[in-house]
Design a protein around this ligand. Structure first.
Ligand code: ADP
Ligand code: ADP
Ligand code: ZN
Length: 235
């Protein structure tokens, strides 16, 4: 059963953190346009060169570029791979593009999970965010420190990095962009009855539990599972 899920929420809501958990636990694949764009910046591709200043300012990269990246990445995946869209779509035009991108590949959007967070917490979340320079594992100065000081839990590296756009001023712009351009796409999905809201202020494990419950239900309602259970009431 293939699932196509959007994790929606403002910068710092926990989308990346939860997407990686779903990758680890279910073999789903995280499609993060932010990660794709940062890779393009690092590689110095034409898209990266164009995107860098926009990202540093906390503004949105063009719909054509990010939708193009998503389509390319989906084409590299098998049609039986379940995906989590993280940080995409971010505008009504991207939401519309995604419908076409999915249907052209025999896929369909199963569920949108909105991580609801208090805006005051976001600056704190984002200015405390850092990651492993070698494997990219995500951490936080207060909420998710490595288990052994200065040592990545995943790969053992001692080198960490912070994003240039994770400063208070840029975060304010990113939050304003979210309010103005991304939040308005929620009603589109609500009208289709595929949105579930999750309390993103809860601890990371609890948010993960809530998402797991939604996925179990989404999977069943969309693609009924074959009945393989033994009859009940025999114990
Ligand atoms: P997003 O991808 O939505 O921008 P991240 O997943 O990168 O957000 O999370 C932002 C920061 O907040 C990270 O440093 C992460 O470790 C931390 N974080 C994520 N979820 C929670 C949570 N539920 N409670 C506390 N901190 C969290
Ligand atoms: P966060 O989840 O912390 O907001 P991302 O890593 O998703 O950050 O995005 C970082 C930056 O990359 C954004 O501020 C924006 O400039 C650009 N970006 C990422 N995804 C998109 C998108 N879908 N549309 C437009 N710009 C994007
Ligand atoms: Zn690491």
């Amino acid at each position: 059963m293939t699932l196509n899920i959007i994790l929606l929420g403002p910068p710092g809501a926990g989308k990346g953190t939860q997407a990686v958990r779903l990758e680890d636990e279910h073999g789903m694949v995280q499609l993060s346009t932010g990660d794709m764009l940062r890779a393009a910046v690092k590689a110095g591709t034409p898209i990266g060169v164009q995107a860098k200043a926009v990202m540093d300012a906390g503004e949105l990269v063009s719909d054509e570029i990010v939708s193009g990246l998503i389509g390319e990445r989906l084409d590299q995946l098998g049609s039986d791979v379940s995906v989590i869209f993280d940080g995409y779509p971010r505008t009504a035009a991207q939401a519309q593009a995604l419908d076409g991108i999915l249907s052209a590949r025999g896929r369909k959007l199963d569920h949108v999970i909105e991580l609801q967070v208090e805006e005051d917490a976001l600056v704190d979340r984002i200015t405390g965010r850092f990651s492993c320079a070698k494997c990219g594992a995500g951490y936080h100065d207060r909420y998710k420190l490595p288990k052994v000081e200065d040592t990545c839990d995943v790969c053992g590296s001692h080198e960490f990095k912070r994003r240039p756009d994770d400063n208070e001023e840029t975060v304010r712009t990113r939050m304003a962009e979210y309010r103005a351009k991304t939040a308005p796409i929620l009603p589109i999905y609500e009208a289709r009855g595929i949105v579930t809201h999750v309390d993103g202020m809860a601890p990371i494990d609890e948010v993960n539990d809530a998402i797991e419950t939604i996925l179990a239900t989404a999977g069943q309602s969309v693609h009924p599972a074959p009945v393989i259970e033994a009859p009940r009431g025999t114990g």
